[in-house]
Design a binder for this molecule. Structure first.
Ligand SMILES: C[S@@+](CC[C@H](N)C(=O)[O-])C[C@H]1O[C@@H](n2cnc3c(N)ncnc32)[C@H](O)[C@@H]1O
Length: 363
C-alpha cells in the first residue's frame, strides 16, 4: 500500500465513498504524497511534453506572444502568465528567446510562472533566477488577480485537472464514486454529487449514449471562467490534447478518456498505486469555450498544434530557430525533434491550440 492509499482508504472507511474527482485531486495534488507534489526527478520515466522535445517549441510560442503584444498596441507592461509552469523549463525557453530575438517584447515582459506544487515552484525559481533578477519574472502559486494587458497560457495543464466520472444508465446520469471493499478501491454508482454535472452536459447540448462513460471537467470550467475575469484586456491560450464536445462524446469514446500513466505505460487501472502514477483525461475544448464566454473570452482560433506551429515557423522556414554554431549532426537531430512536434502522427494532430480573446469593457 502506498501512504496515500492508506489515507484514502481510511477516509472512505470512515465517511463513505468519495467522488472520483476528489480521489484524483488527492492522487495528483496531495501536499505530501501527490504525484505532482514531489520534486520533478522521476518524471521522464512516465511521460514527456512538447516542452521537453526541443526549445524550438518555446521559441515559436514567443513569436505568438509578440503577435499578441502587437495586437494589444504594445502595452508598456505585457503580463505573460504561464499556468502549470512545472519546473520552469518552458518559461526559460520563452524568456531566453525574447531576450535574444524580441527585445521590445522582453522589455515589456512581466512573466509570472504559476505552479501549484511547492517543490516544482522552488525548482522553477532556481532555474529562472537571472530573468527574475532583471525584473522580468516572478514565480507564484496563484494567477494574479488582475491582468491589465497580457496572456494567460498553459501547456498540458487542463488534462491534469480533476474530473468527475459519470455513466449513462436508464436515461439518467449516474456518478462513479470511489468506495473501499475487501481491501481495494472499487467503483460505486450513485446519483450525481452536484447538479453542476448535469449542467455541464446540458450547457454543451451533450446527450450521452446508453452505457456511455464520460468525464465532467468541472475544475477546468471554473478555471477558465476565473481566468477570463482576471484578464482586463488580452488572451488565453491553451495547448493540450483533446477535442470539441461533438467528438469527445461520440461513439468512439464510449469508455471515456481517462487514463493512468506510469513508466510510459498506459492503463485504465486508475486505482493502482495512488500518488505514484499520473491520471489524465482528454480536454473538452467546447467546455473551455462555453465557460470562457461567461467572463468575456471569445474564441479567436482553434487549430491543431501542427497548423499552429507551421504558421509561426514559416517566415524563416524554421532555419532561424535552431541554435547558432551547431554541428550538422545536431541540426539533423533538432530537425527530427521538430518533426515530433508538428508531425500529424507525433504530437502535432493530437494536440490542439485554443486562443481566446477578451476585449476591454467585456463583462
Ligand atoms: C502535466 S504537467 C505540465 C507541466 C508543463 N506545463 C509542461 O508542459 O511540461 C501539469 C503541471 O500543472 C501543475 N498544476 C496543476 N494544477 C494547477 C493549478 N491549478 N495552478 C497551477 N499549476 C497547476 C502541476 O503541478 C504540474 O506541474
Amino acid at each position: 500500500m502506498t501512504p496515500l492509499e492508506e489515507l484514502l482508504a481510511e477516509r472512505i472507511r470512515r465517511h463513505g465513498p468519495i467522488p472520483f474527482a476528489d480521489f484524483m485531486r488527492e492522487c495528483l495534488y496531495h501536499p505530501v504524497h501527490g504525484y505532482y507534489s514531489k520534486p520533478e526527478a522521476q518524471r521522464f520515466a512516465d511521460y514527456y511534453t512538447s516542452v521537453d522535445v526541443h526549445p524550438i517549441f518555446g521559441r515559436l510560442l514567443a513569436r505568438k506572444f509578440a503577435w499578441m503584444w502587437e495586437q494589444l498596441a504594445r502595452p508598456k507592461e505585457f503580463w505573460l502568465v504561464e499556468a502549470g509552469a512545472g519546473v520552469g523549463r518552458l518559461a526559460e525557453h520563452i524568456l531566453d528567446s525574447c531576450e535574444a530575438k524580441l527585445p521590445g517584447l522582453y522589455d515589456a515582459l512581466r512573466y509570472v510562472a504559476v505552479e501549484r506544487s511547492a517543490s516544482r515552484l522552488g525548482q522553477a525559481a532556481m532555474r529562472l533566477q537571472r530573468h527574475a533578477a532583471e525584473g522580468h519574472l516572478r514565480v507564484s502559486p496563484e494567477i494574479p488577480t488582475q491582468i491589465p494587458a497580457g496572456c494567460v497560457f498553459s501547456n498540458e495543464l487542463m488534462d491534469a485537472l480533476a474530473v468527475h466520472r459519470v455513466v449513462m444508465r436508464e436515461g439518467a446520469l449516474q456518478e462513479i464514486f470511489v468506495g473501499w471493499d475487501n481491501g481495494k478501491f472499487v467503483d460505486v454508482m450513485a446519483r450525481v454529487s452536484t447538479c453542476a454535472i448535469n449542467e455541464y452536459f446540458a450547457a454543451q447540448g451533450v446527450m450521452l449514449r446508453k452505457g456511455q462513460h464520460a468525464e465532467a471537467g468541472l475544475e477546468a470550467c471554473d478555471w477558465i471562467t476565473e481566468v477570463g475575469r482576471r484578464i482586463e484586456r488580452g488572451f488565453a491560450l491553451t495547448i493540450d490534447y483533446g477535442h470539441r464536445a461533438a467528438e469527445l462524446f461520440d461513439q468512439r469514446h464510449m469508455r471515456g478518456t481517462l487514463l493512468a500513466y506510469r513508466g510510459h505505460r498506459v492503463s485504465e487501472d486508475f486505482y493502482a498505486s495512488p500518488g505514484e502514477q499520473d491520471l489524465t483525461a482528454h480536454v473538452n475544448f467546447t467546455a473551455l469555450e462555453t465557460w470562457g464566454q461567461r467572463s468575456g473570452l471569445e474564441t479567436a482560433e482553434f487549430i491543431s498544434q501542427t497548423a499552429f506551429l507551421l504558421v509561426l515557423g514559416e517566415p524563416g522556414e524554421f532555419a532561424d530557430l535552431y541554435d547558432e554554431g551547431q554541428s550538422e549532426a545536431h541540426r539533423i537531430r533538432a530537425r527530427l525533434q521538430l518533426k515530433t512536434l508538428i508531425h500529424p502522427e507525433g504530437m502535432g494532430e493530437r494536440f490542439q491550440v485554443l486562443v481566446q480573446r477578451k476585449s476591454s469593457g467585456k463583462l
